[in-house]
Design a protein around this ligand. Structure first.
Ligand SMILES: [Fe+2]
Ligand SMILES: [Fe+2]
Length: 286
């Protein structure tokens, strides 16, 4: 258990508790291929996200870890931030292990998951190696904002979560809770060691473009493999779920935009009730 509340010199809000939980999900081959709402489009979209996690989360860990030693050596660093970094790394490492289990399940169903994972890992490595550490950290902060607001969006929509196979819902529920728990860590490190607000916002624009583009490409590729590229009924239902009614992604647009505000901090979006309910539901934690 980490995440002792701390207030830094810019009076940012106190950090939230970050708990590293080791999980062990079992995605046996008995699960249905279209494990989200029997819908190939929703399943492809979520699988595409999952495929990006192993290399993506490795990148997040590297970006934050790069500054860990510097923060440790500085007398001004709040010890709570260092503890939060450790917990952040622990959580992300466990997410990767469990998403690899999901990814392995989809590979066995005939999707070229490992190939897609390697492609992403190579691209990220190239981008990482040719960029300054502060830019890599700004990218991490932007992507962590995406994961945190999507996590809150997922958790507040039983219309989506309850349509998943229960083991899948448990994985996404757990991951979403922890993404919210550690949502401020990369941001706080960035404020401490870089603090360039213009770079933070500029980077979000580029990340948004690539995040949407790459997720669309991955969804289309997976759909092609399953032979559902032109399954209009599935497209209609998925579009409605994500952008119509209930509109899981449509509803997080205001939180996305808040990132561009001056004085933004991830903890300003109050999701305590959503997280408390999700902890009860998915983790049996009071
Ligand atoms: Fe994660
Ligand atoms: Fe994360």
């Amino acid at each position: 258990m980490s995440g002792v509340a701390y207030i830094d010199k810019n009076a940012r809000q106190a950090s939230e508790n970050i708990t590293v939980r080791r999980m062990d999900f079992d995605f046996s081959d008995q699960l249905r291929e279209f494990w989200c709402d029997d819908n190939p489009v929703l399943t492809a979209f979520l699988t595409g996200l999952s495929v990006s996690f192993p290399a993506g989360e490795r990148f997040f860990i590297d970006s934050v870890r790069h500054y860990e030693t510097q923060l440790k050596q500085s007398k001004n660093t709040n010890p709570a931030l260092l503890a939060d970094i450790r917990a952040f790394i622990g959580q992300e490492a466990h997410h990767t292990v469990e998403h690899q289990a999901l990814n392995g399940f989809m590979e066995r169903k005939g999707y070229p998951i490992r190939k897609m994972e390697s492609f992403i890992a190579e691209r990220i490595k190239m981008m990482q190696g040719t960029s300054a550490p502060e830019v890599n950290l700004a990218r991490t902060v932007a992507l962590e904002h995406f994961t945190a607001i999507m996590a809150a969006g997922f958790l507040s929509h039983p219309e989506l979560m309850d349509k998943m196979d229960p083991e899948m819902a448990a994985l996404w529920g757990w991951h979403a809770i922890e993404e919210i728990e550690h949502r401020s860590v990369a941001f706080d490190v960035y404020q401490e060691v870089v603090g360039d607000d213009a770079l933070r916002r500029r980077t979000m624009r580029t990340i948004t473009y690539f995040f949407i583009l790459m997720n669309t490409i991955r969804t289309l590729r997976l759909l092609k493999v399953s032979g559902n590229s032109f399954n209009l009924k599935a497209w209609g239902k998925a579009a409605n779920m994500l952008w119509g009614y209930p509109g899981v992604l449509r509803k997080i647009v205001p939180q996305y935009l808040s990132y561009y505000r001056k004085g933004f901090h991830p903890s300003q979006h109050d999701v305590s009730a959503i997280v408390a309910a999700a902890k009860k539901k998915y983790l049996k934690e009071a």
